[in-house]
Ligand binder design. Structure first.
Ligand SMILES: Cc1cc2nc3c(=O)[nH]c(=O)nc-3n(C[C@H](O)[C@H](O)[C@H](O)COP(=O)(O)OP(=O)(O)OC[C@H]3O[C@@H](n4cnc5c(N)ncnc54)[C@H](O)[C@@H]3O)c2cc1C
Length: 441
C-alpha cells in the first residue's frame, strides 16, 4: 500500500517521524505543494526553496513531486493518482500552517481519505510545556526550565532513500533554483544539501561551538551556528542539534540549547495566541505615539536602505539586503531603532524582514519583533532601548563589521544621523509612561 508524504517544513530524510510513518506502509509518494503563498517570498528565498527541493529530489532518487497549487489540491491529486488512503505530514503550529493542514484534512476526508500528523518542527510541540495547573508560561526563563524537564525523544532513524514511489511534477526546479545566482554572490554561502548541512553542523559542534557563549554577540566574528536557514526549511531537526549539544560540557553548549528554547517558546506563544502574528500582545505604546504620513515613509525608507547615518543600523540593513540574513545582535539593534528611535510600528519592520530574510520563520520573526518592541511576552519595554553607538562599540570593537557593509562610513558621502538618539529615546520613554498610565486607568 502506498501512502503520501506531504513535505512541509521538513525537507529531510534524517530524523523525520512523519516520513517514517508514511514509509511504514510501503514506498511513499512524496509531494511538496508550491502554493501561491510562495510567490510572495523574495526571489532569493524562492530560489533557495527550489535548491532545497532539488536536493531532496536527488536524495529520493528523483521521486519527489513538486506541484503548483494550494496544498489541499496538490496533496489530494497525488493521493488519488497513487491510490493512497492515508497522507502523512508533520504538524505545524502557525496560523497559516494550521489553516493548510485543516484544508488538506477536509479535502482528503471528503474524498474518503485521511491526514495523519506526526511530529513538529520543534524539540517540544507547541502547547506541551505547561505549568502544573495546565496554564501557559508567560516568561521565558521558567518556560525554558520546564522545557528541559519535559525533554524530547532521541533522533529517529534515517528514512530509506529507496522507499519512494515516483511522483510527477509541474514545477521546473532547475530553472527556479538558478534564479538569483548572478545577483547573489553569497548564494553559495547557504548550503542547501541535507547531508552537507548535517556535516557542517557536526563540524561546528566539534570545533566552533566552544566559542559560542563568548562570541555569539559579535557580528564581526563568524561564531554562530548558521542553523537558522536549515531549521526554517526543516533540513535539520532541533532534536538532532540537541542530541549533539547534550554530549558537550560547558557554557557554550547550554547557551545554544537556550537559544533553541527561545525558538520553541516563540512557537508556543504564537500557537496559543494566533493574534500575536499581527497584534501587540501587550499594548505598551499609545496609538498616537507612532510617526505617520510622508515623514514616516521617509524614515522607513532610510532604515530599509541603510541610510540612517547610524553605522551599525546601516551595516545590518545592508547585510540583510545583500545576503538575506543579519546577525542576531544587529537584528535587535535595527529593530529597536525602527520602533524606539523612528517611532514606527514593529509590524512594518517585521513585514520588511518577511520579504528579505532567507531564514524567515513566522513565529521567530513576529515574536522577536514583539520582544524588541517590548510588546510581547517577557516584555521589558523600558529597558529595551538599544543605543546604536554603544552597541557598536561593545559588539564591533574594531569596526570590522561596519566597515565591511558601509565602506564609505568615514567619508563625506556618508549621511548625517537622521535623528538624535537621546531625544528619540526620551520621546519613547515618555510614550511608554503615558501607555503605562493609560493601562492603569
Ligand atoms: C527582530 C528579529 C527578527 C528575527 N527573525 C527571525 C526569523 O525570521 N527566523 C529565525 O530563525 N530567527 C529569527 N531571529 C532570531 C535570530 O536572529 C536568528 O535565529 C539567528 O540570528 C540565526 O543565526 P544562527 O543560526 O547562526 O544563530 P545561533 O546563534 O547559532 O542560534 C542557533 C539557533 O537558535 C535559534 N535562535 C537563536 N536566537 C534566537 C532568537 N532570538 N529567537 C528564536 N530563536 C533563536 C535559531 O533557530 C538559531 O538558528 C530574529 C531575531 C530578531 C531580533
Amino acid at each position: 500500500m502506498t501512502s503520501v508524504w506531504w513535505v512541509r517544513r521538513d525537507a529531510r530524510l534524517a530524523d523525520n517521524p512523519a516520513l517514517l510513518a508514511a514509509q511504514a506502509d510501503g514506498p511513499a509518494a512524496a509531494v511538496f505543494a508550491w502554493s501561491p503563498a510562495v510567490h510572495l517570498w523574495s526571489g532569493r528565498r524562492r530560489a533557495h526553496l527550489a535548491r532545497v527541493l532539488w536536493s531532496l529530489r536527488e536524495d529520493t532518487a528523483g521521486a519527489l513531486g513538486v506541484r503548483r497549487g494550494e496544498a489541499a489540491d496538490a496533496v489530494l491529486a497525488v493521493a488519488r493518482e497513487h491510490g493512497a488512503t492515508v497522507v502523512h505530514a508533520a504538524r505545524e503550529a502557525s496560523p497559516a500552517g494550521i489553516g493548510a493542514q485543516r484544508d488538506v484534512a477536509a479535502a482528503l476526508e471528503a474524498d474518503g481519505r485521511e491526514l495523519r500528523l506526526t511530529g513538529t518542527p520543534y524539540a517540544v510541540a507547541p502547547g506541551r510545556v505547561r505549568k502544573a495547573d495546565g496554564s501557559e508560561y508567560r516568561v521565558f526563563t521558567p518556560f525554558s526550565h520546564a522545557w528541559r524537564e519535559h525533554g524530547w525523544p532521541s533522533p529517529a532513524p534515517d528514512a530509506d532513500p529507496d522507499a519512494f514511489t515516483p511522483v510527477s511534477s509541474d514545477v521546473d526546479l532547475d530553472q527556479r533554483a538558478a534564479h538569483g545566482d548572478a545577483d547573489d554572490p553569497l548564494a553559495a554561502r547557504h548550503e542547501f544539501r541535507e547531508r552537507r548541512i548535517v556535516q557542517a553542523w557536526e563540524d561546528y559542534a566539534a570545533s566552533g561551538l566552544h566559542r559560542y557563549a563568548a562570541e555569539r554577540d559579535r557580528p564581526d566574528l563568524d561564531s554562530t551556528s548558521h542553523l537558522s536557514v536549515p531549521l526554517a526549511f526543516g533540513q535539520i531537526h532541533p532534536r538532532t542539534v540537541l542530541a549533539a549539544t547534550a554530549a558537550v560540557a560547558g557554557e557554550a553548549a547550554r547557551k545554544l540549547e537556550s537559544e533553541l528554547a527561545w525558538r520553541d517558546f516563540h512557537a508556543d506563544v504564537l500557537f496559543r495566541h494566533p493574534r500575536a502574528q499581527r497584534e501587540s500582545l501587550t499594548a505598551v505604546l499609545p496609538e498616537d505615539s507612532w510617526l505617520t504620513g510622508p515623514e514616516a515613509d521617509e524614515a522607513f525608507m532610510a532604515w530599509r536602505d541603510g541610510r540612517t547615518g547610524f553605522p551599525l543600523v546601516d551595516a545590518g540593513m545592508r547585510q540583510l539586503a545583500a545576503t538575506g540574513t543579519m546577525h542576531n545582535r544587529v537584528r535587535m539593534v535595527v529593530a529597536s531603532f525602527l520602533v524606539k528611535d523612528l517611532h514606527l510600528p514593529w509590524q512594518r519592520g517585521a513585514d520588511h524582514f518577511r520579504r528579505a530574510l532567507l531564514d524567515y520563520d513566522h513565529a521567530q520573526n513576529q515574536l522577536n519583533w514583539q520582544w524588541v518592541a517590548g510588546t510581547g511576552r517577557d516584555a521589558a519595554p523600558f529597558f529595551r532601548i538599544f543605543n546604536p553607538a554603544s552597541q557598536a562599540t561593545r559588539h564591533d570593537p574594531d569596526r570590522r563589521y561596519v566597515e565591511r557593509w558601509v565602506p564609505e562610513v568615514d567619508t563625506p558621502a556618508y549621511p548625517e544621523p537622521i535623528v538624535d538618539h537621546g531625544t528619540e529615546r526620551a520621546a519613547a520613554l515618555a510614550a511608554l509612561r503615558r501607555g503605562r498610565e493609560a493601562a492603569r486607568g
